[in-house]
Design a protein around this ligand. Sequence first.
Ligand SMILES: [Fe+2]
Length: 438
Amino acid sequence: MVIDEHTTPFWLAGNFAPVHAERSDATLRVTGEIPKELSGLYVRNGANPPSGKSMDWFLGCGMLHGVDISDGEPRWYRNRYVRTALLDEEMPSAESRRVLQNSLANTHVIGHAGKILALAEMNLPIEVTRELETVGPYDFGGALNGNMTAHPKVCPMTGELLFFGYSVQPPFLKYYRVSADGQLIQQEEIAVKGPTMMHDFCITGSKVVFMDLPVVFDMAERARGGLGIRHDDVYGARFGVMPRDGVSDDVTWFEIEPCYVYHTLNAYDDGDEVVIEGCRMVGYMAKGMVKPPIPQLYQWRLNLKTGAVTQTQIDDIGIDFPKVPDALVGQQHRFGYFAQFGQAAPTVEGYHKFDLQTGARQSHMLAKGCTGSEASFVPAHNAAGEDDGYLLSYIYDAQEDASHLAILDAANLSDDPIAKIHLPARVPAGFHGSWIAH
Ligand SMILES: [Fe+2]
């Protein structure tokens, strides 16, 4: 691939471009005042091709950017590659990327049962330390021999880690349940119609929900030189609801209007109904698609007694990177936090908070020349309400060619940031991150 400065794709230009130095900086300048109650590691993943070349935004090796905070004081900023054999290839080949231990590990990073795992959806998790150094592929003591989604869910009630892995070959979908202490205690094959590209799923207090949607892998098309992923107009679309300890035969499928959902906001049980909220796109990967459709927030209610499905558009603004507080994953919630993307490229231009009870929206739009990143919610100590807490996100200021970690007041999202932790290097736009409390 020749990178031409006039035709540089968005993921190699501006603040999407990779950085090349791995840094450790202990002295960080702060504007404003970091709340004393903040103690933890904010860490975010993203694609950062070391060669500066990549065929797609999703195909660069993962780099973690972390800020560690203790009692309101920033202790350090570090950025580290997630080290697998793929780092040695200029542009990791499809064959190398398929090796289970060879993850790009660029999509998400989560904490569970004392481990920190960097994730991409085609491979094993890669374990890293709290200082962001790579330990290596993690297979739950040999129990996991398939790939893991980048969007597992940790149940705040039981501490379980629930996830799935999809495949382009049968079995197309597997489901896994890990106990609060990190033991893989269940794995099931789940029957779906075909090789659906399932990026995310959701949990409720008692169930898991699979999204069997019409964006599918087509290896024959890839063999002919195509992308290998396409919208299938006759595949249909459905959500599958299964008890958490269930098997494939226990799944209740609900047909929905065809769409694609990369990211769900949340799901929860509500009497006979399962409520699902997600960023819905229509026509994604359809023939002739020039630009991906803009996702909008929708709610589906699936009635387990009657089989009825209702679908409601919550807001018409284009959003993605949805988040609820970790303590409300799978639980009924009132607020959802999102990023707004630009028209020309997936640059984060600001943040929105939707009140699902009243329909109100609060926004925090970034100044001209500033672009953000996914935000993580951190609850206040002894929080007085669901939105009593902070949103943390990396923001890049093109005028200063510098990045900072912004701390926003989630209850008053439109206000100026409570604090900015100024960073010694640019943090490129990336994917998902987590707050891992001390
Ligand atoms: Fe994602």
